[in-house]
Write a protein that binds this ligand. Structure first.
Ligand code: SF4
Length: 256
Protein backbone atom coordinates (compact mmCIF):
# COMPACT_ATOMS: atom_id res chain seq x y z
CA UNK A 1 0.00 0.00 0.00
CA UNK A 2 1.38 3.39 -0.98
CA UNK A 3 0.44 6.29 1.28
CA UNK A 4 0.16 10.07 1.54
CA UNK A 5 1.46 12.47 4.18
CA UNK A 6 -1.57 13.72 6.04
CA UNK A 7 -0.43 17.17 7.10
CA UNK A 8 1.67 20.22 6.16
CA UNK A 9 4.26 19.31 8.77
CA UNK A 10 4.97 15.62 9.28
CA UNK A 11 7.18 13.54 11.52
CA UNK A 12 9.62 14.02 13.06
CA UNK A 13 11.13 10.76 11.86
CA UNK A 14 14.43 9.46 13.17
CA UNK A 15 16.80 8.05 10.58
CA UNK A 16 20.33 6.79 10.98
CA UNK A 17 21.53 8.94 8.08
CA UNK A 18 19.75 12.23 8.77
CA UNK A 19 19.09 12.11 12.51
CA UNK A 20 15.77 13.62 13.59
CA UNK A 21 14.03 14.88 10.44
CA UNK A 22 10.97 17.11 10.41
CA UNK A 23 9.08 17.01 7.10
CA UNK A 24 7.38 19.86 5.29
CA UNK A 25 4.75 19.04 2.68
CA UNK A 26 3.86 21.93 0.34
CA UNK A 27 1.47 19.75 -1.64
CA UNK A 28 -2.16 18.81 -0.96
CA UNK A 29 -2.68 16.75 2.18
CA UNK A 30 -5.50 14.72 0.64
CA UNK A 31 -3.97 14.23 -2.79
CA UNK A 32 -0.70 14.09 -4.75
CA UNK A 33 0.65 16.83 -7.01
CA UNK A 34 3.67 16.03 -9.13
CA UNK A 35 4.80 16.55 -12.69
CA UNK A 36 6.49 13.15 -12.63
CA UNK A 37 4.61 9.91 -12.03
CA UNK A 38 7.46 7.64 -11.00
CA UNK A 39 6.79 3.92 -11.12
CA UNK A 40 8.32 3.70 -7.64
CA UNK A 41 6.55 6.68 -6.03
CA UNK A 42 5.65 5.95 -2.42
CA UNK A 43 2.62 8.24 -2.78
CA UNK A 44 1.17 6.03 -5.55
CA UNK A 45 0.16 6.90 -9.11
CA UNK A 46 -1.01 10.44 -9.87
CA UNK A 47 -4.25 8.98 -11.27
CA UNK A 48 -5.04 7.34 -7.93
CA UNK A 49 -5.24 10.81 -6.35
CA UNK A 50 -7.89 12.77 -8.21
CA UNK A 51 -8.39 15.11 -5.19
CA UNK A 52 -7.85 18.89 -5.17
CA UNK A 53 -4.61 20.01 -6.83
CA UNK A 54 -3.59 22.94 -4.70
CA UNK A 55 -0.56 24.12 -2.79
CA UNK A 56 -0.46 24.79 0.91
CA UNK A 57 -0.56 28.49 1.63
CA UNK A 58 2.77 30.16 2.46
CA UNK A 59 1.47 31.65 5.73
CA UNK A 60 -0.04 28.34 6.88
CA UNK A 61 3.31 26.64 6.27
CA UNK A 62 5.13 29.35 8.24
CA UNK A 63 2.65 29.29 11.13
CA UNK A 64 2.65 25.50 11.44
CA UNK A 65 6.41 25.28 11.18
CA UNK A 66 6.82 27.93 13.88
CA UNK A 67 4.36 26.12 16.14
CA UNK A 68 6.03 22.74 15.65
CA UNK A 69 9.58 24.05 16.11
CA UNK A 70 8.56 26.02 19.22
CA UNK A 71 6.94 22.93 20.68
CA UNK A 72 9.97 20.78 19.86
CA UNK A 73 12.23 23.42 21.45
CA UNK A 74 10.07 23.36 24.59
CA UNK A 75 10.42 19.58 24.71
CA UNK A 76 14.19 19.82 24.18
CA UNK A 77 14.05 17.69 21.02
CA UNK A 78 14.89 19.94 18.07
CA UNK A 79 15.20 18.41 14.59
CA UNK A 80 18.59 17.82 12.97
CA UNK A 81 17.05 18.54 9.59
CA UNK A 82 13.95 20.19 8.13
CA UNK A 83 13.14 18.29 4.93
CA UNK A 84 10.90 19.46 2.09
CA UNK A 85 9.33 16.35 0.58
CA UNK A 86 5.73 15.21 0.88
CA UNK A 87 2.95 14.42 -1.57
CA UNK A 88 4.65 15.51 -4.79
CA UNK A 89 7.14 18.04 -6.08
CA UNK A 90 7.82 20.92 -3.65
CA UNK A 91 9.44 23.27 -6.18
CA UNK A 92 6.19 23.44 -8.19
CA UNK A 93 4.87 25.74 -5.42
CA UNK A 94 4.65 29.29 -6.88
CA UNK A 95 5.93 30.74 -3.54
CA UNK A 96 8.71 28.20 -3.15
CA UNK A 97 11.47 30.79 -2.81
CA UNK A 98 9.58 32.82 -0.18
CA UNK A 99 8.78 29.64 1.78
CA UNK A 100 12.45 28.68 1.78
CA UNK A 101 13.33 32.17 3.05
CA UNK A 102 10.69 31.85 5.82
CA UNK A 103 12.05 28.43 6.75
CA UNK A 104 15.67 29.59 6.89
CA UNK A 105 14.61 32.54 9.10
CA UNK A 106 12.68 30.21 11.44
CA UNK A 107 15.57 27.77 11.51
CA UNK A 108 18.02 30.57 12.39
CA UNK A 109 15.71 31.79 15.14
CA UNK A 110 14.53 28.51 16.68
CA UNK A 111 16.94 25.71 15.79
CA UNK A 112 20.13 27.16 14.29
CA UNK A 113 21.92 23.81 14.22
CA UNK A 114 19.35 22.20 11.92
CA UNK A 115 19.97 21.77 8.19
CA UNK A 116 17.35 22.57 5.56
CA UNK A 117 17.00 19.90 2.86
CA UNK A 118 14.90 19.85 -0.29
CA UNK A 119 14.13 16.66 -2.21
CA UNK A 120 13.23 17.64 -5.76
CA UNK A 121 12.84 16.03 -9.17
CA UNK A 122 14.70 18.99 -10.75
CA UNK A 123 11.93 19.79 -13.23
CA UNK A 124 11.56 23.41 -12.10
CA UNK A 125 15.21 24.43 -12.15
CA UNK A 126 14.62 26.39 -15.37
CA UNK A 127 12.99 28.94 -12.99
CA UNK A 128 15.51 31.39 -11.62
CA UNK A 129 13.57 31.81 -8.36
CA UNK A 130 13.70 28.05 -7.76
CA UNK A 131 17.44 27.92 -8.48
CA UNK A 132 18.06 30.86 -6.12
CA UNK A 133 16.09 29.14 -3.33
CA UNK A 134 17.86 25.81 -3.85
CA UNK A 135 21.23 27.56 -3.68
CA UNK A 136 20.32 28.83 -0.20
CA UNK A 137 19.43 25.51 1.41
CA UNK A 138 21.99 23.23 3.04
CA UNK A 139 21.06 20.11 1.09
CA UNK A 140 19.81 20.70 -2.44
CA UNK A 141 18.96 17.12 -3.40
CA UNK A 142 18.06 16.68 -7.07
CA UNK A 143 16.88 13.55 -8.82
CA UNK A 144 18.36 12.13 -12.01
CA UNK A 145 17.50 8.45 -12.50
CA UNK A 146 19.04 7.81 -15.91
CA UNK A 147 21.20 9.39 -18.60
CA UNK A 148 18.75 8.17 -21.27
CA UNK A 149 15.51 9.93 -22.16
CA UNK A 150 13.73 6.66 -22.96
CA UNK A 151 14.55 5.29 -19.50
CA UNK A 152 13.44 8.48 -17.75
CA UNK A 153 10.18 8.24 -19.71
CA UNK A 154 9.69 4.71 -18.39
CA UNK A 155 10.80 5.22 -14.78
CA UNK A 156 9.72 8.79 -14.03
CA UNK A 157 6.93 9.34 -16.60
CA UNK A 158 7.39 13.13 -16.90
CA UNK A 159 4.03 14.82 -17.43
CA UNK A 160 5.43 17.61 -19.63
CA UNK A 161 8.45 18.24 -21.80
CA UNK A 162 11.56 16.68 -20.34
CA UNK A 163 15.00 16.03 -21.72
CA UNK A 164 18.05 14.73 -19.90
CA UNK A 165 20.34 17.00 -21.94
CA UNK A 166 18.37 20.12 -20.93
CA UNK A 167 18.20 18.99 -17.29
CA UNK A 168 21.95 18.38 -17.20
CA UNK A 169 22.55 21.79 -18.73
CA UNK A 170 20.40 23.41 -16.01
CA UNK A 171 22.01 21.31 -13.27
CA UNK A 172 25.39 22.63 -14.36
CA UNK A 173 24.21 26.12 -13.32
CA UNK A 174 24.54 25.03 -9.66
CA UNK A 175 28.29 24.81 -10.14
CA UNK A 176 28.37 21.52 -8.21
CA UNK A 177 26.37 22.92 -5.28
CA UNK A 178 23.84 20.11 -5.17
CA UNK A 179 23.45 16.48 -4.20
CA UNK A 180 22.45 14.16 -7.01
CA UNK A 181 20.04 11.41 -6.05
CA UNK A 182 19.48 8.33 -8.19
CA UNK A 183 17.04 5.47 -7.63
CA UNK A 184 18.31 2.19 -9.06
CA UNK A 185 15.82 -0.51 -9.91
CA UNK A 186 14.96 -3.31 -12.29
CA UNK A 187 11.73 -4.87 -13.39
CA UNK A 188 9.03 -4.65 -15.93
CA UNK A 189 6.53 -1.95 -16.69
CA UNK A 190 3.84 -2.09 -19.37
CA UNK A 191 5.54 -5.13 -20.90
CA UNK A 192 8.88 -3.32 -21.18
CA UNK A 193 12.07 -4.14 -19.35
CA UNK A 194 13.17 -1.40 -16.95
CA UNK A 195 16.77 -1.51 -15.76
CA UNK A 196 18.99 1.47 -15.01
CA UNK A 197 21.79 -0.73 -13.67
CA UNK A 198 23.16 -2.14 -16.96
CA UNK A 199 26.80 -1.32 -17.82
CA UNK A 200 25.59 1.01 -20.58
CA UNK A 201 23.32 2.86 -18.15
CA UNK A 202 25.93 3.13 -15.41
CA UNK A 203 28.66 4.36 -17.73
CA UNK A 204 26.46 7.09 -19.29
CA UNK A 205 25.22 8.10 -15.83
CA UNK A 206 28.82 8.26 -14.52
CA UNK A 207 29.74 10.56 -17.40
CA UNK A 208 27.02 12.97 -16.24
CA UNK A 209 28.18 12.70 -12.62
CA UNK A 210 31.71 13.48 -13.74
CA UNK A 211 30.60 16.44 -15.82
CA UNK A 212 28.39 17.96 -13.11
CA UNK A 213 30.66 17.13 -10.18
CA UNK A 214 27.96 17.42 -7.48
CA UNK A 215 29.15 17.75 -3.89
CA UNK A 216 27.66 14.33 -3.21
CA UNK A 217 25.74 11.53 -4.91
CA UNK A 218 23.10 9.45 -3.10
CA UNK A 219 22.22 6.08 -4.57
CA UNK A 220 19.33 4.07 -3.25
CA UNK A 221 16.76 1.47 -4.21
CA UNK A 222 13.21 0.52 -3.35
CA UNK A 223 12.28 0.65 0.27
CA UNK A 224 8.52 0.92 0.70
CA UNK A 225 5.59 -0.18 -1.46
CA UNK A 226 5.48 1.05 -5.05
CA UNK A 227 2.52 1.61 -7.37
CA UNK A 228 4.07 -0.65 -10.03
CA UNK A 229 4.17 -4.12 -8.46
CA UNK A 230 6.70 -5.74 -10.79
CA UNK A 231 9.86 -3.95 -9.66
CA UNK A 232 12.90 -5.46 -8.03
CA UNK A 233 15.05 -3.85 -5.41
CA UNK A 234 18.77 -3.52 -6.16
CA UNK A 235 20.77 -4.96 -3.25
CA UNK A 236 23.06 -2.97 -0.96
CA UNK A 237 26.16 -4.73 -2.30
CA UNK A 238 25.42 -3.74 -5.88
CA UNK A 239 24.59 -0.18 -4.83
CA UNK A 240 27.92 -0.09 -3.00
CA UNK A 241 29.72 -1.11 -6.23
CA UNK A 242 28.05 1.81 -8.02
CA UNK A 243 29.02 4.11 -5.14
CA UNK A 244 32.63 2.88 -5.39
CA UNK A 245 32.70 3.90 -9.06
CA UNK A 246 31.50 7.39 -8.13
CA UNK A 247 34.08 7.62 -5.36
CA UNK A 248 36.76 6.52 -7.83
CA UNK A 249 36.16 9.72 -9.79
CA UNK A 250 36.64 11.75 -6.60
CA UNK A 251 32.99 12.40 -5.66
CA UNK A 252 31.47 11.43 -2.32
CA UNK A 253 28.67 8.89 -2.66
CA UNK A 254 26.35 7.44 -0.04
CA UNK A 255 24.20 4.31 -0.22
CA UNK A 256 20.84 4.79 1.46
S1 SF4 B 1 9.17 12.88 -8.32
FE1 SF4 B 1 8.86 12.14 -6.24
S2 SF4 B 1 6.75 12.68 -5.72
FE2 SF4 B 1 6.98 12.88 -7.94
S3 SF4 B 1 6.25 10.93 -8.73
FE3 SF4 B 1 8.48 10.79 -8.50
S4 SF4 B 1 8.82 9.91 -6.47
FE4 SF4 B 1 6.69 10.64 -6.56
Amino acid sequence: MTSLYDNIIFGPVRSRRLGLSLGVNLLPIESKLCNFDCIYCECGWNADHPGAKRFNNRNDVKTMLRQTLSQMAAEGALPDVITFAGNGEPTMHPDFEAIIDDTIALRDELCPAAKVSVLSNATQIHREDVRRALMRVDNNILKLDSAFDATVQLINKPQGDYSVARTVELLSLFGGNFIMQTMFLRGEYLGQRVDNTTPEQISAWLEIVKRLSPKQVMVYSLDRDTPCQTLEKVGKEELQKIADMVQAIGIACSVA
